[in-house]
Design a protein. Structure first.
Length: 192
């Protein structure tokens, strides 16, 4: 099957705010022959994002962040421990984005980041791709000890977990953030 076999029939904007929502109608080939015709879905048009597992290699601590999430609150949670992450802005590369976010959210200046993978967090309704990185830092790279995010409504707390505790929490599936879960196999193989 080929992307060129899909015929877009219509695209209607439903929302033009921070989150752009469109209704997309198309014809697409079926896996085993024939066509799905006039299939309509609402799609969120969202920029790519980047996230990183930050590791203070001198103290052997993994540094995550905790913040309030409105959607998680709606489901009964609220505060989630997550990987540092953010939206890729304009022509910014995912690497530049995650370096900026690490400094804004947890105060570390990452001099290098190692790409791990890219995936679609919610391919059923969103165009967003998540770029995951490993970011080794040193203790002296903490340049903004009071970092808490810069966007309106952000209130981020730095969470430092020793290697054994981090790996134990991964093993127990103690995190609710999909970015941590997506990184867990890689992290267990590399650090376990």
């Amino acid at each position: 099957m080929d992307r060129n076999d899909v015929r877009e029939k219509s695209r209607k904007a439903l929302s033009g705010g921070k989150v752009k929502l469109v209704e997309l109608t198309l014809d697409a080939p079926r896996q085993f022959g024939g066509m799905m015709e006039n299939i309509s879905r609402e799609i969120v048009l969202r920029e790519d994002a980047a996230a990183a597992l930050v590791h203070d290699v001198q103290r052997d601590l993994f540094i995550l962040c905790e913040q309030f999430r409105f959607a998680a609150y709606e489901r009964g949670e609220g505060w989630l421990v997550e990987l540092v992450a953010g939206k890729v802005d304009g022509d910014e590369t995912p690497e530049a984005c995650i370096k900026r976010e690490i400094e804004e959210e947890i105060g570390y200046r990452a001099h290098k980041v190692e790409p791990v993978t890219m995936y679609y967090p919610a391919p059923g309704y969103s165009t967003e791709r998540m770029h995951l990185f490993y970011a080794p830092v040193k203790t002296a790279d903490l340049v903004k000890a009071d970092a808490r995010g810069v966007d309106e409504g952000e209130d981020i707390r730095r969470v430092e977990l020793p290697r054994a505790e981090f790996l134990d929490r991964l093993d127990k599936r103690d995190f609710l953030d999909n970015k941590v879960l997506a990184m867990s196999g890689w992290a267990i193989k590399r650090f376990g």
